[in-house]
Design a binder for this molecule. Sequence first.
Ligand SMILES: [Zn+2]
Length: 243
Amino acid sequence: MTDSVYYAELTPKAFRARLAAAPIAYLPLGTLEWHGEHLPLGSDGLQAQGFFERLAREVGGIVLPMLFLAPDMRFEIKGAAYFGMDYFGFPGDEAHQLEGSAYWVPDEFFAQLMEHCLAQLRRAGFRIVVAHGHAPSVQCVYANCEEWERRHGLKIFSCWREDESDGLGIQTDHAGGNETSLMMAMHPHLVHMEYLDPDPSVFPVAVGDEDPRTTASAERGQQAIALNLARMTELLREALATI
Ligand SMILES: [Zn+2]
């Protein structure tokens, strides 16, 4: 069997072998979105993809290319569109169009896009889909999961736990201690902590929850990956046994 777990890199022969071993498709729900001065714009998809690669090597299955269109809160002010973090983290919560953000689609469009993806994956032979990444995209999956499972004959998973208060989940904040730690563990060459203001009294712009300068580390990222890898491995092995 080929070493690659990435759909786009598989020949039909390698695809057949991986699908027969474990008919699981992993869909990284990405964005092209401001994640602080210190993280790359594709951080959401990169974290989900990095976690899925590890999961696919453990349980089997195939990792899809990341989506970069996603839903989010959206506001229009004087004819200009603002979405997601554009509205948070500024003095007085004044809206700014954050540099590099280019991903927004309406909720209904995203739900339709997901349904078309699911229909294609079922047709290609998959029985289980794991979709995770950008929070509003994951929320859309949770909201529609049961109906989509019924309609498409699939089992659908995301990766959040019921209680994420330990900060060791997969993508539970916005470029804060959690996401920055995951990026440090998975893609250290893409993280630039030196781009953040060293003044501790200046909180990084449009970053959610904990200050990444004092709470993020590669070790914390590794711990989150190990914990969720064990949990998702168990869930997916159970699901494979029942299909
Ligand atoms: Zn994110």
